[in-house]
Write a protein that binds this ligand. Structure first.
Ligand SMILES: [Zn+2]
Length: 225
């Protein structure tokens, strides 16, 4: 693992450890953890702290009714259902950068995805929506391409899966984790060596700025609906 410069904030890591994040944000953290030894170490400490806290709690005695209901529920769970869960592992050696936590969405690799063209520079592929309707998608920016200068109407979470890009704040590489909000205006540009592929979560459509950008905004909003 490389040393990364851009990590999730401690509050986000703590919420992930407590399993209280929506699916979209949890996916971004999971991808980052596959690349970041520092946050993996922090996560280990958070789990240790959590188990110590649980250990020191005085257990409440359940009522007989609650106990019976719980045992009934356990009986209803079919063990065979869990045994039938299959994980499709990508077979293409060229896609080693595909994180394990995305295998359930991407069967073989980035090249076999039905990418949707957003502009001459960008393609997208929607993976899912979470319980809050946040959009979880992959974005592929061609070498040297840009997504255009934009602002946000909600928070935007990005993790770099492959390649790298830069904006006004610096250079971001594989595994880097970024959060942008409505106060941020930026112009991401992919580096010229290869495609930059990101996992992106948006809570609302981005707002392009500039004359041509403003004309494209209605199209972007329509693709979000
Ligand atoms: Zn980290």
């Amino acid at each position: 693992m490389e040393t990364l410069k851009n990590h999730p904030k401690d509050e986000l890591l703590a919420a992930y450890a407590a399993a209280s994040l929506p699916l979209s944000q949890a996916l971004c953290i999971s991808v980052h953890l596959e690349h970041c030894s520092e946050c993996t170490q922090n996560m280990h400490h958070l789990h240790q702290l959590g188990s110590e806290l649980m250990h020191n709690l005085q257990p409440a005695k359940p009522s007989p009714e609650l106990k019976n209901k719980l045992f009934e529920k356990i009986d209803q769970i079919s063990i065979s259902a869990a045994a039938n869960v299959k994980v499709n592992l990508p077979t293409d050696d060229a896609n080693q950068s595909l994180p394990r936590c995305l295998h359930q969405f991407i069967k073989t690799g980035y090249e076999d995805i039905s990418w949707k063209r957003l502009s001459s520079d960008i393609q997208s592929y929607e993976l899912c929506r979470d319980q809050n309707n946040a959009k979880v998608e992959l974005l592929r920016i061609r070498p040297g391409g840009t997504s255009g200068t934009h602002t946000h109407m909600g928070d935007e979470y990005t993790v770099i899966l492959d390649g790298s890009f830069s904006d006004e704040s610096g250079l971001y590489q594989q595994g880097d984790f970024l959060v942008r909000n409505s106060l941020d205006k930026h112009t991401p540009v992919a580096t010229i060596d290869k495609d930059c592929i990101c996992l992106a979560v948006t809570e609302a459509p981005i707002q392009l700025t500039g004359f041509f950008g403003r004309m494209l905004n209605p199209l972007i909003r329509r693709s979000y609906a």
